[in-house]
Design a protein around this ligand. Sequence first.
Ligand code: HEM
Length: 426
Amino acid sequence: MRTERPPGPRSSWLLGNTLEYDRDRVGFLRQAHAEHGDVFSYDRRTIFLGDPDLIHDLLARTNTDFDGDGSPFSDERDLAGAETSADRWMGARRVGWHRLSRSAVGGHVDRLRDLFSARFAGSDELELLPAMEQLLGGATADFCLGHSAAGVPELVAANTAALVPVGGTSYRLPSWLPTRRTRTFVDLRTELMDRLGEVVRTRHDELTTAASAEHQPRDLLDQLLGAAPEVSHEGAQRFVRGVLMAGYGVPAAAMTWIVAALIEQTELTARLRDEVDALDRDRPETADLALTTAFVRETLRRHPPTWLIGRHARHDTTLGSWQLKAGTEVVFSPYLLHRDERYWSDPQDFVIDRWLAGAPAPVRHTYIPFGAGPRVCVGAQLGMLQLTLITCWLLQRFDLTAVTPPREHFAGLLVPADFRVRLATR
Ligand code: HEM
């Protein structure tokens, strides 16, 4: 077992590699990976992985040997509480999983179509990312809370906006540090939690007074509150908050990258149009959308919004041949893995045929836009449904052109920044 630190770029004693990293995040990681290999030290307490089997091992051992990132303000001092909060989360997650499974998410389609039509009715030219955040944030809130969702998407949007300055820099801020941006974030988080607490209490009362013996859950919250053994109110509140936050910016960034690819890949888009124009305009979900699904998968390969994922070692442990101390942060990049020439042919090109029947499956553990292991994305089925249907509806209803092209922006998420689009009704 190797007890020394893995090799890595030279760093300053005080700031580590933060300044160089913040100048060009993905470029810095790509170069350090090329120079130092599949396991390198980013700084004294962070190591980076580029090997798919080690990444998979890390993800599979989340909740036992490693913790998820948790709060953006997390630091070593939070490690003690992480285990309990992970247990509480996993209890609610097991119940929520049923509602988020492939068979259950189909019920969401009609509401998604209504929200889509309302969002893009009369649209001409717009900045696409905020429009997609509004659509998908609204859809996720509706999925979680149904008739109780009023006002919640706006609170989620404000909470997400308060996170942007945090994702924009790599300096870590402990939550007790009373800076203005920490206070803003904490205040907004409290406001959202209070609102969700109110929704949970009201819904609980509704469910207990209704003749509910054979009551079918209408949304995620019904599912959580009707579960046996019961999910506590606090557990439901925290889980719904997690789903609302995760189902806002990530699917919106993914959807915006899809539109960028539709505009760029004119020949492929013509093939997709043939597929979707042949369908019943209002019921495309009943058809096999093979090309559209492949297009979505390829976009998630080239531009996985969750481009950087991290874990912390819960205790002293090992990973591959390396000995890690408790608290060590281990990070990897789905973006770099998805473009690694050792595992992908023509990784920089947009090739949907690699996802169609007959094509060889990707090398094991090299395609992880939704993560993997016990903390794999709980909304993956819902997310794929949303992305595929919205792609289909956009193609059926609009001609799309770019007014300003997207810029790859690597911060908390990988987002297409400054992307303005014209939608002309077909
Ligand atoms: C459509 C595109 C989506 C992508 C690419 C995506 C990606 C991811 C990834 C990579 C993770 C794992 C992060 C990690 O390991 O630290 C994750 C977690 C999660 N996602 Fe998604 N997601 C998507 C949509 C959604 C939607 C629509 C929802 C909710 C309805 C959702 C809810 C969640 C939740 C709650 C987690 C945390 C799971 C846990 O820690 O147990 N995601 N997502």
